[in-house]
Design a protein around this ligand. Structure first.
Ligand code: COI
Length: 356
């Protein structure tokens, strides 16, 4: 079906890149919202299954003030990316992983979820309808944000009577300053992002505003981001506000195990597989903060963040610096991951899905 005409302002064409691109300064992309032409919407009632969705012009949505998402945070989101390869084809990176994670999260949040096929189909349709916003090769990616929310009205605490699945997109560049530029983390030892038995292991929208206080304070002191500790003992490292964390010591790569309070990141999983493929020993386990302070190297992973080296960590006033640069393990892993994503390296893992 041909997508409907966009109601948002038609973008002009960027003269440097020719007719197939929207008018974006691709060299200046950061991680901020650039509205695109279309979004995908699909609705269903509680107790039913999602069936038919549509592309609609990107724009505001109407919600009751009593919508469960607004009152009780009954919602999940996902994040994945589309890349334009040098050969001109557009690829998605492991979309089935995001689809499965949304299904798991929906169970935890008592929501119906699109099937894996519906999720991937919606993502493909949305990307193709917004094709001109997929950055030129090497200039960034199209970030895809699927949302699942309790959109029906409810006053008492209970699952909403109606659900909406939305997919919107935005061209993006680097989350932090620049890929490869080391970030400086501070360890937060009072506020927590997730608790045992809570929802830290699923991508609920409610996991992100609890980090804002610590993040704002950290940024005001000049840090790039915050690393949270486990809420039970306050002794072990868990997750950064929007990404997973890895440490490297004597060439052994370790990352906190996903035991319910840590998001099972798609990039995290991919980096573990790439590292194993390179022959590294990889451990998923409990990591005391002391080990972080004694590591040779530290890096973060995430869809938005990709793989970012950590230059320093500050914990209880003590600052430790880590190895970064071309010799760092994270550089090698990052080069392989981004090579596969962008088509510079052959995808022997079968992770990329060509959609045009
Ligand atoms: C992602 O990497 O897709 C995320 O979810 C990070 C987002 C919170 C900015």
């Amino acid at each position: 079906m041909a997508p409907p005409a966009p109601s948002v302002q038609e973008a002009t064409i960027h003269s440097n890149y020719g007719e197939k691109y929207a008018d974006v300064n691709w060299d200046e992309l950061g991680f901020s919202l650039t509205p695109t032409d279309y979004m995908f919407e699909m609705k269903c009632f509680q107790g039913e299954e999602f069936s038919q969705g549509n592309l609609i012009p990107y724009g505001k949505i109407e919600l009751s003030p009593a919508a469960a998402i607004l009152n009780y945070g009954q919602g999940l989101f996902e994040g994945l990316k589309a890349y334009r390869r040098e050969d001109g084809h557009i690829v998605l990176f492991r979309p089935e992983q995001n689809a499965m994670r949304m299904k798991m999260g929906a169970e935890r949040m008592c929501m119906p979820s699109p099937s894996v096929e519906q999720f991937i189909d919606a993502v493909k349709q949305t990307v193709l309808a917004n094709k001109r916003w997929v950055p030129p090769p090497g200039k960034g990616s199209l970030y895809i944000r699927p949302l699942l929310m309790g959109s029906g009205s409810i006053l008492g605490v209970a699952p909403a009577p109606e659900y909406t699945f939305l997919v919107y997109t935005s061209p993006v560049g680097n989350y932090y300053k620049g890929i490869g530029t080391p970030i400086n983390l501070i360890v937060e030892d009072k506020l927590h992002r997730a608790t045992p038995g809570g929802a830290g292991g699923v991508k609920t929208i409610a996991n992100y505003s609890p980090v804002l206080q610590a993040l704002t304070q950290a940024k005001s002191k000049g840090f790039s981001d915050v690393l949270f500790l486990d809420a039970k003992t306050g002794q072990n490292i868990e997750e950064v506000s929007a990404c997973n964390i890895f440490i490297v010591k004597d060439k052994i790569i370790s990352t906190p195990a996903t035991l319910g309070t840590i998001l099972p990141g798609v990039t995290r999983k991919s980096i573990i597989d790439i590292a194993l493929d390179f022959g590294f020993q990889v451990e998923e386990r409990v990591i005391p903060v002391e080990e972080l302070m004694d590591a040779d190297e530290v890096f973060c992973t995430g869809t938005a963040v990709v793989v970012n080296p950590v230059g320093s960590v500050t914990y209880q006033g003590i600052r430790v610096e880590y190895k970064t640069g071309v010799e760092a393990v994270s550089q090698k892993l990052c080069a392989m991951l981004t090579g596969i994503q962008t088509g510079r390296i052959e995808d022997n893992m079968g992770w990329t899905v060509e959609i045009d």
